[in-house]
Design a protein around this ligand. Sequence first.
Ligand code: NDP
Ligand code: OXD
Length: 313
Amino acid sequence: MQKCPVIIAIHYTSYGAQWRDLLAERLTNCEIRLWPDWGDLAEIDYAVAWTPPDGLLRQCENLKAVFSIGAGVDQLLADPDYPRNVPLIRMTDDILAEGMAEYVTLAVLTLHRDLLRYLDFQRTADWQPLPQRYPKDHKVGIMGFGKLGQAAALALKPFGFEISGWSRTPKQLAGVESFAGLEQLPDFLAPLDFLVVLLPLTDDTQGMVNADLLSSLPRGASVINAARGGLIDIETLKPLIDGGALGHLWLDVHHVEPLPADHWTWAHPNVVVTPHIAAATLPRTASNLVADGILQMEAGQMPANVVEFDKGY
Ligand code: NDP
Ligand code: OXD
């Protein structure tokens, strides 16, 4: 390495310090600067970021690349001054796929086996066996069939659920029906008992999961969103869940985060709320991918998983 690239990890204290120390172990020729000690922004070669302040990355005028520490990049592209001439690399650590597969399996099995109702019965010591349903009776559709969506499908498959995926381009995954494009969306939705949303948030997908789209689902179907809150037009879903058109809403991500304490989803009996924990980035493994990417770039190669700005993911 001829020149020491300088890396800026944009983060709050203990998490940021962890990233700084892990990157320093791998990138021994680099000076790592941690928020808020940026120094001269023109000296920065690489940024490692989640939600930097708007305009900051544009001020790093000699930036060679930005590494997102999340699989999603909408939080970076939301900056109106985001420098779109600089490659943006998204996080694809396998540990995210493992976490998401586990989370989606937890949500589907909880709803499929009526666990929420049994927990209610337990509160009043009510011994009330419900008729058992079998996986072959339930169809799961995964909207957004990329790295995380396919990992979720592979985790659910051994239980015996019928699984389908919807994406922009068709996919081939053994035993899973693939649907692609808007024209196939109604056919994808029509038979589902569980719709799992794992799309990236882009100009095309913003607010896509609304009352109109969900009218294609069978009555009583449930929706699990573990991708981004902005994909769902949440207020249009309240009448559907109140009236039983939707069975349950299972939300890991929200239109505003942290979700305000007075939002109706917290207290609704048919809504499950978790605080954006489906698949957390693990600095120990993720920092290796970032370090590998920087070393590749210093060797004149472009890392995989560069975001296509026109698609937004
Ligand atoms: P990928 O890029 O691997 O997959 C995205 C999928 O969405 C692809 O199948 C893509 O289709 C499809 N897609 C995108 N736009 C459209 C569209 N307009 N119409 C149809 N299909 C579309 O992303 P990941 O699987 O790695 O991650 C998905 C999202 O999960 C992230 O963007 C992030 O927001 C969220 N996430 C949430 C976490 C949490 O803890 N809650 C943790 C990690 C990620 P195609 O394959 O044809 O391109
Ligand atoms: C991600 C996330 O995008 O944590 O990785 O939400």
